[in-house]
Design a protein around this ligand. Structure first.
Ligand code: SF4
Ligand code: SF4
Length: 198
C-alpha cells in the first residue's frame, strides 16, 4: 500500500491519492448522519434500483440478512428512485473482508465520496490525511482523480434517473427508519449537485 499523498500546491488545489487502510470501519457503520436542505437525518447505504435484487440474491447465497428501504421517491408518481441498505453493519463483511467485493454496490466503490458528493469525515484515511479539516479559502481537495471520475459517472446516473422518473422534479427523502424527512426540488438540487461535483 502506498501511503504517499501527492499534493499539487500553488493553484489552490491538492490532489490526494486515496489508499484504503482496510480497517472496514465504513462497513461496520453504514448509517450516516447528513444534513440536506436544512434537515438532519440518518441514512443507510445508498443503492440504485437494479442493485436491490442483486443484493438480496447475494444475501440469500451468503446466508446474511439485508433490510432495504426506499430512500428517494418521486412525489408525483411515487416511483422509487433510490433505496438504502439500513443494516447498521454490513452482513457481507467477515473478518474485515468484503465477501462480495467484485459485486459490491456502486456506493462502496466511490467511498469515501458519499452519494451527496461530500467526503465522509468518518473514514479513517480521511481523518489520517486531514481531509476532514477545514480548507484554506479557495482550496479544493480532490480525493483521488480515479475516485472522482467514478463518482462523476455515478452522479450522472442519478441525474438521469431523476429526470426520467420524477417528471415534476419533486423528490421525497426518507430516513433509514422509513420516515419522510423532506421534499427536495430536484431541479435546484441537481443543478447545485452538478456544479459542486464537476
Ligand atoms: S458490500 Fe462490501 S464494501 Fe460494501 S459495505 Fe458491505 S462489506 Fe463493505
Ligand atoms: S473507513 Fe476508509 S480507510 Fe477504513 S476501510 Fe473504509 S474506506 Fe478504507
Amino acid at each position: 500500500m502506498n501511503e504517499k499523498a501527492s499534493a499539487s500546491k500553488g493553484f489552490g488545489m491538492r490532489t490526494l491519492k486515496f489508499h484504503c487502510l482496510k480497517c472496514a470501519d465504513c462497513c461496520r457503520d453504514l448509517l450516516k448522519t447528513v444534513r440536506i436542505e436544512g434537515t438532519m437525518f440518518q441514512e443507510g447505504l445508498h443503492l440504485y434500483p437494479e442493485e436491490v435484487k442483486k443484493l438480496k440474491n447475494l444475501a440469500y447465497q451468503y446466508e446474511g440478512e439485508v433490510t432495504i428501504r426506499p430512500k428517494w421517491k418521486a412525489s408525483s408518481t411515487n416511483k422509487v428512485i433510490a433505496y438504502q441498505l439500513v443494516n447498521h453493519s454490513c452482513p457481507f463483511l467477515r473478518e474485515n473482508v468484503c465477501r462480495i467485493y467484485s459485486k459490491r454496490p456502486l456506493s462502496c466503490r466511490f467511498y469515501p465520496r458519499t452519494s451527496w458528493g461530500s467526503i465522509d469525515s468518518s473514514c479513517r484515511w480521511v481523518k489520517k490525511h486531514g481531509v476532514d479539516k477545514p480548507l484554506k479559502e479557495g482550496e479544493i481537495t480532490i480525493v483521488s482523480r480515479q475516485l472522482h471520475e467514478a463518482f462523476k459517472k455515478v452522479s450522472s446516473k442519478l441525474y438521469e434517473l431523476i429526470l426520467k422518473n420524477a417528471p415534476r422534479r419533486q423528490l421525497i427523502l426518507y430516513d433509514f427508519k422509513g420516515k419522510k424527512k423532506t421534499t427536495i426540488d430536484a431541479k435546484k438540487f441537481l443543478n447545485r449537485y452538478r456544479s459542486d461535483n464537476r
